[in-house]
Write a protein that binds this ligand. Structure first.
Ligand code: ZN
Length: 438
């Protein structure tokens, strides 16, 4: 195996190591370009086909060059994950294959800088029988081919255990090959933060300006909800985050940090981390929902609570919290969040502040946009759990409703919404300042 510090290999290995899942990195070698026409900087994926041959389900991707790849499986729900170096996806999103053999659905996108990912949902435990690159023949392109076959749950789990073992070994090899004298600490870079720092108020680093974090929901391999007109939630949330940043910064009173400013996957906890690192005093996560009833429309705002205000709120939180799962990360291997009394106290105060802020937003928004009934609700959203940063989650509307979808796709509408939000945010800060003086 040729271990080099390519960002893809490193990022993928380290990211997967943290999860306890990894795979041998398939050493497919460098692309042999020969006298072929010039290739762009980023590899292109042109087409995907899925075929069923008896028990076997074959997945074929057309590529403009040979690529390195990793394939691994995950349970609960059963998935097959393919990691490539960063690629451009030129697939027809309106005509993606569905329900063939063991395969049910797919999603893809940028996973981390340098790594693109495709996730295939499968109907049960499967075995990756083979995965390889096919050279171009008869004027065809390079092809990535993978064969899946149903297997027993026991075999699937055995294979999973073997995957982990191999991952551990290849990381050891990586550490010893690349950095012969590397201290073992490079594989455990996450130092637990002292609880005290979690509740220490952070001073704004930009004098005279409040720092606000805006979090565009979903991204990369996780499209979020898909609208009635096939719009992607991840694109709408990013557009809104940018529009809101612009509106806030235009006042001269705010400095805005975006948790993501491109179409990339970000873990829920990393979204909060980005905001905390920037010293954000407010965290606003923007989303769009969808439901069966196409008539349902309107905006709602959520803040954290252990007990959800109603069944729908609880369901929605469960849906949004699945983002990490959707991207192919297995949460079951993550350690539980550290909780202690200090944190709990800080969180309670923050929860109150978040609720007050949500009400200011509702007040400001109700003049401009259609709100859902009970527009402020409570639920256990993972992305709202920073103990020291008032946080709200906006479901800006329903992509299952034509009017809401059309609105959210319109820059004019998003600007109106952003302007109203600036008012609510202004009021939040003038309110907290008054409280301080008193
Ligand atoms: Zn969402």
């Amino acid at each position: 195996m040729n271990f080099r510090f390519s960002p893809c290999t490193m990022a993928a290995s380290l990211a997967l190591l943290v999860l306890g899942f990894c795979l041998p990195i398939t050493d497919a070698g460098a692309a042999s370009q020969g006298a072929k026409p010039k290739l762009g900087a980023v590899a292109q994926i042109w087409d995907v086909r899925i075929g069923q041959h008896g028990e076997r389900t074959r997945i074929v991707l057309d590529l403009d060059r040979k690529l390195k790849f990793d394939v691994f499986t995950l349970p609960e729900p059963y998935r097959v994950v393919i990691n490539f170096p960063e690629v451009a996806w030129n697939l027809d999103t309106h005509n993606l294959p569905e329900n063939k053999g063991v395969f049910s659905r797919m999603r893809y996108g940028l996973f981390t800088p340098g790594t693109s990912r495709m996730v295939l949902d499968v109907k049960g435990p499967v075995d990756v029988q083979s995965s390889f690159m096919l050279k171009p023949v008869d004027g065809k392109r390079w092809r990535f081919v993978m064969d899946l076959a149903p297997t027993s749950e026991t075999q699937f789990l055995e294979h999973l255990a073997a995957q982990r073992e191999k991952a551990r070994k290849s990381l050891d090899a990586l550490v010893t090959t690349v950095i012969p004298n590397a201290p073992p600490t490079i594989v455990t870079p996450v130092r637990p933060r002292a609880p005290k720092t979690l509740i220490t108020p952070r001073k704004p680093s930009v004098p005279g300006k409040h720092i606000i974090a805006i979090d565009a929901g979903h991204g990369g391999v996780d499209p979020g909800t898909i609208g009635i007109g096939k719009s992607y939630e991840k694109n709408i949330t990013l557009a809104m985050a940018r529009d809101l940043k612009k509106a806030l910064e235009a006042t001269g009173r705010y400095k805005v940090v975006l948790t993501r400013n491109r179409d990339i996957f970000l873990r829920l906890r990393d979204r909060v981390k980005v905001a905390r690192r920037a010293g954000a005093e407010l965290f606003i996560s923007v989303h769009a929902d969808s439901v069966k009833n196409r008539k349902t429309r309107g905006l709602s705002i959520y803040t954290l609570s252990e007990r959800a205000s109603d069944k729908e709120a609880a369901k929605l939180a469960a849906k949004e919290n699945k983002a990490d799962l959707i991207a192919g990360i297995d949460l079951s291997t993550e350690s539980k969040d550290v909780t202690n009394i200090l944190l709990d106290l800080a969180q309670r105060e923050t929860m109150n502040q978040s609720a007050r802020f949500a009400q200011e937003l509702v007040k400001a928004l109700k003049r401009e946009v259609k709100l859902l009934r009970n527009s402020h609700r409570f639920a256990g959203f993972a992305v709202l759990k920073a103990p020291d940063m008032p946080s709200v989650l906006l479901e800006m509307g329903f992509l299952s409703n034509r009017q809401d979808e059309r609105n959210l796709l319109s820059k004019k509408y998003r600007r109106t919404m952003a302007k109203a939000m600036v008012k609510g945010i202004d009021r939040h800060f003038s309110g907290t300042e008054e409280a301080r003086i008193r």
